[in-house]
Design a protein around this ligand. Structure first.
Ligand SMILES: [Fe+2]
Ligand SMILES: [Fe+2]
Length: 194
């Protein structure tokens, strides 16, 4: 069990580390993922504190060189040791962060919850348009970014571990299908491949 002081230190550390991230991976992303993670942990019977901490710390090395899952897991481990968290707790957090960007694979429930909580950040019209599409456009420009963001959405849509996340994704799919059809149709017109 984490103490209130440890919790406050974790939040402050996450905020400080995320201050050098891009706007799509800032502290508010960590907070949204943490909210998703706690919601999923409650429904799935995962360890809520492990999920909450993993989510708050999962992108703390997003702006640094190297693999941000690997680097982030190491940095989180070091930090959690420094505030006196238990070793078994730290290793669960380490595992979830290490694997959150290494493809869809089975593992401990908390690892699956973090994966789902993070990927829910692109699901549904709001997060797709406000976050995922804008991020892809920033990285790839309009011509490539639009179709790529849609194909990525479809890729991740089929890769959620938990029943609770899959239910959310299914509900949102009803809204996304007509939006994607319209977006693809108009994108083709704009870029001369009607
Ligand atoms: Fe990440
Ligand atoms: Fe993330």
């Amino acid at each position: 069990m984490l103490s209130p002081i440890q919790k406050r230190k974790i939040e402050a550390f996450a905020k400080k580390c995320a201050s050098s991230n891009d706007m799509f991976h800032d502290f508010s992303h960590l907070q949204h993922v943490a909210k998703n993670a706690v919601m999923l942990a409650k429904k799935e019977g995962a360890d809520e504190e492990v999920c909450w901490v993993s989510a708050l710390l999962h992108d703390i090395c997003k702006s640094e060189k190297g693999n941000h899952g690997t680097e982030g897991a190491n940095k989180a481990r070091k930090f959690l040791k420094s505030i006196g968290a238990e070793d078994s707790f730290i290793e669960k957090v380490y595992d979830a962060i290490y694997f959150h960007n290494k493809g869809f694979r089975k593992g401990p429930l908390e690892r699956q919850v973090l994966w789902d909580a993070d990927k829910l950040q692109i699901v549904g019209p709001y997060w797709f348009f406000m976050r995922h599409l804008r991020y892809t456009l920033m990285m790839e420009g309009q011509e490539k970014g639009v179709p790529h963001s849609i194909s990525e959405y479809r890729f991740f849509e089929a890769r959620f571990h938990t029943k609770s996340a899959r239910k959310i994704v299914r509900e949102k799919a009803k809204l996304m299908r007509p939006l994607f059809s319209a977006l693809i149709r108009e994108h083709r017109k704009v870029h001369g491949r009607a």
